[in-house]
Design a protein around this ligand. Structure first.
Ligand code: C2E
Ligand code: MG
Ligand code: MG
Length: 540
């Protein structure tokens, strides 16, 4: 060959975008361009080249191509081998090597994005469904049982709305990190979106599931430090076993979700296993939900507000002082549904807002009518669920109801419950304070059944403490009950609050309460909740 021609050929080969190397059958390097030398740090002895590169090639000698990863350099190469005829006519191997590290990294990033949740770094729904399918197959093949845990944070909305989304995000990340650290589920935690998480336990045999459940619960026992204060966040969980309870991804997720709804309905902060029996109830609940949505769309026509008198036993003949407004739902399809049944579901679904607005307006209108009909002293009590209370425009809505009906704010008492998110103490206090500025009174309902401490009572702007029915059921027989009511009365007096006892059914309870100088009493002993017309016939 012409020498000039050889030189220019080498020049060309040194400047192509790939590494090129020619090896003889005796594993001798006959030619290697500069790029090839650079890829392998100049170490281009025939044997080493062949062993390294053959890792990427299937079949020891044939033509072919494949990918090679060099761990020390963290680099990926595409390698091709082709047998060609060399200048002296013998057959030799031509290797071409392309650096594909960048493409590979891009590919991995795209894969990660497709499989991972951007915010928390946990795997996402897509990956969850894929993994679940594999785990179900494996469980069936190996005759094992696995479990799918479906979690939803309780009242996460309050944190998001109250503190701002950035703090909601911090909480989600904190929870994700803690879940990932639980042994046995490090790589099987998924965020399904929003505040929902799934954990797959591949082998739930022995005590492993219990241990994992314990560890998960512990994550939610400690407070999270957000925006300068401690916040508690609980979760509810639905658990389904595979392949026992189902063997398709859709079926398992649906059943776990049903169990989760059950956990929410049963009062949140708990784990429920899926059972076929519960599923039956869930269908009923779906029915309830559908009917409830319809009822709201139909201007709440099926709802009716009943009134239960509250009497002042300190006065002669125990006169009526007003009433508590209690909702009733006479559903066209389901018949009478009790509030104990539909209020928790309405709260869970956020439907309590339109229902609550309806009750508030009706009750204010009614009370204004009583006040104008010779009983200016009558007051009405309206229950306000935490979900309603923590809305951003609660105060405006209360003001609107007063303006629309012309009711004297002094004659409206809003009843809130003690179980109100302890997390939200500061926010609650602020909202209740603003409500009181309107001149409206605030009562703490079902006192004694929640988990707030006596300290909270001192801090909260409350006018009335309503002692729950369960504390007076055995009044006169049970010493604790007596002592409890007595202490609450003393406390209320010290804090300048009133006490109302609800659920009084018997003479004996009434006598004791009267003797304790409790003024406000409500219960079947006097009257049951009744239609407005009936109340008016009796008490106007
Ligand atoms: P609550 O606010 O504690 O209301 C008192 C409940 O006790 C009422 O049940 C009432 O009928 C019942 N009750 C009254 N006196 C007696 C008695 O002497 N013995 C017995 N055994 N029970 C008595 P109701 O009407 O079924 O309401 C249940 C709960 O549903 C209410 O408890 C309240 O938490 C909720 N609720 C009712 N209406 C509304 C509403 O409009 N909005 C909201 N957010 N919740 C409501
Ligand atoms: Mg009440
Ligand atoms: Mg109550």
């Amino acid at each position: 060959m012409d020498v000039n021609c050889y030189i220019s050929n080498v020049e060309i080969l040194n400047n192509v975008g790939c590494g090129i190397c020619v090896c003889s059958s005796e594993e001798k390097v006959l030619f290697a361009n500069e790029k090839f030398g650079a890829f392998f740090h100049g170490k281009i002895d025939g044997k080493a080249v062949k062993t390294t590169l053959s890792g990427a090639l299937k079949g020891k000698e044939a033509d072919g191509s494949g990918e090679l990863y060099i761990q020390d350099d963290d680099k990926w190469f595409h390698v091709q081998r082709k047998h060609i005829r060399w200048m002296d006519q013998r057959m030799v191997e031509l290797y071409t090597v392309y650096d594909i590290t960048k493409t590979k990294q891009d590919q991995q990033r795209i894969e990660r994005q497709a499989n991972n949740d951007f915010l928390t770094g946990l795997y996402n729904r897509m990956r969850c469904e894929k993994d679940l399918e594999e785990q179900v197959d494996a469980a069936r093949r190996e005759n094992k049982e696995g479990a799918l845990l479906y979690m939803d944070l309780d009242d996460f909305k309050h944190i998001n709305d109250g503190l701002g989304h950035q703090y909601g995000d911090v909480l989600l990340k904190g929870i994700s990190n803690s879940l990932k650290r639980i042994s046995g589920i490090e790589s099987s935690c998924y965020r399904m979106g929003g505040d929902e998480f799934i954990v797959i336990v591949s082998d739930s045999g022995g005590s492993s599931l219990n241990r994992i459940l314990d560890d998960i619960c512990k994550v939610f026992e400690k407070p999270w430090f957000l925006k300068g204060a401690d916040y508690y966040c609980t979760m509810s969980m639905g658990i389904v076993r595979f392949p026992t309870d189902g063997d398709t991804v859709q079926e398992l997720i649906k059943k776990a979700d049903l169990a989760l709804l059950e956990a929410k309905r049963a009062g949140k902060n708990r784990c429920e296993f899926y059972t076929a029996e519960e599923e039956g109830k869930s269908f009923k609940r779906l029915d309830l939900e559908k009917n409830m949505r319809n009822a709201i769309l139909n201007a709440c026509n099926e709802f009716e507000v009943f009134y239960q008198p509250i009497v002042d036993v300190s006065k002669e003949d125990s006169p009526c002082m007003g009433a508590e407004a209690l909702i009733r739902w006479n559903c066209g399809n389901l018949g009478m549904v009790s509030p104990a049944e539909f209020i928790p579901l309405a709260e869970y679904l956020g439907l309590i807002n339109p229902i609550g607005d309806y009750v508030l307006l009706q009750a204010c209108r009614r009370c204004k009518f009583w006040n104008d009909s010779g009983h200016p002293e009558y007051k009405v009590n309206v229950n306000l669920s935490v979900v309603q209370l923590l809305r951003n425009d609660t105060v405006d809505r209360v003001q609107d109801a007063l303006t629309q009906t012309g009711l004297n704010p002094q004659n409206l008492t809003l009843e809130v419950t003690e179980s109100l998110a302890i997390n939200e103490m500061a926010r609650m206090k602020k909202i209740l304070g603003q409500i009181k500025e309107l001149g409206v009174r605030v009562a703490l309902d079902d006192f004694g059944t929640g988990y707030s401490s006596l300290n909270h009572i001192r801090e909260m702007p409350i006018d009335v403490i309503k002692i729950d029915r369960c504390f007076i059921e055995d009044l006169g027989k049970d010493e604790f009950e007596y002592a409890f009511v007595r202490v609450v009365c003393e406390l209320a007096q010290a804090l300048n609050m009133n006490v109302c006892v609800e659920g009084v059914e018997y003479e004996r309870q009434y006598e004791i309460l009267k003797e304790m100088q409790i003024h406000m009493i409500q219960g079947f002993y006097f009257d049951k909740p009744m239609k407005a017309e009936e109340f008016e016939k009796k008490y106007l």
